[in-house]
Ligand binder design. Sequence first.
Ligand code: BDR
Ligand code: CA
Length: 310
Amino acid sequence: MDKRKIIIDCDPGHDDAVAIMMAASAPNLELIGITVEAGNQTLEKTGRNALNMVQYLNLDIPVALGANHPLKREPQTCAEIHGESGLDGFTFPPLKISFDKRDAVTLLKDLLLANDKVTLVPTGPLTNIALLLQKHPEVKSHIEEIVLMGGSIGYGNVSPAAEFNILCDPEAAEVVFESGLTVKMMGLDVTRRVLLYPEILERMNKIGNKVSDLFYALMKTFNANQKKIFGHEGAPLHDPATIVYLINPNVITLKKMNVEIDVSGGPSYGRTNCDQFDYLHRPHNAYVAIDIDVDEYWNVIEKGLKAFSN
Ligand code: BDR
Ligand code: CA
């Protein structure tokens, strides 16, 4: 079987880390690179976390640093959920690998031009991808599609209206959603339904390999922090929704519609206005996740963790 080539563009981040685990073990995907931006923590920290993941999983792929601030607005982080390091809860072995010499945009461009088609999987703010499209529009024909975590049809998680990844850089999100590329949006409407209840965590812990041990340690901290801030009994495991969809598209139901990013700077700044009922008759520029098979989601995650040996 021909594996689908993917690049994860991320800000690890607990759930970003799980997306990387899932991509690394997916039988139908080939993870060919990781690019990083500031988001859940500063670029220095998200970059180190990405390298730690790549080393821990024994992956032989380039990791490049990208944007340390959004296109226009001031940067913000999410230390209350992801901790001081951005990936609190596990002590990784000392780092022996280093970043690719290229910046994220150059690495993305090179990998895209070297391959016929690549799927981009952003799980953080969309700054790197927007910069790529602005600086190197010639890569567009090499992008199979963009399967991202971000946005919400309903309410937000960092303002009443906006989801974190989009609110971190709404202007970048607008570039991506208006790019004419195939954009698939896994938003809070589905990711808030896959909650890491303690029994799910224990089920994953039973797997007992090196990667499930990492998953367990990280997710315990993620759960505790989510409970403190949002009162969730189980944390929503957002970012792996992208990879789970690419492994088994039947898990997530999409609907094509117009999505407009609010870049007004007002109270709904960063909102993804999803015209689910086509009130406005505008071009349908995105496929938006509207439903998720929760049991099957955990089955895919479990299978992904089991695929690692000790
Ligand atoms: C998104 O925000 C980040 O904190 C998570 O990593 C995820 O990408 C959820 O809103
Ligand atoms: Ca993320």
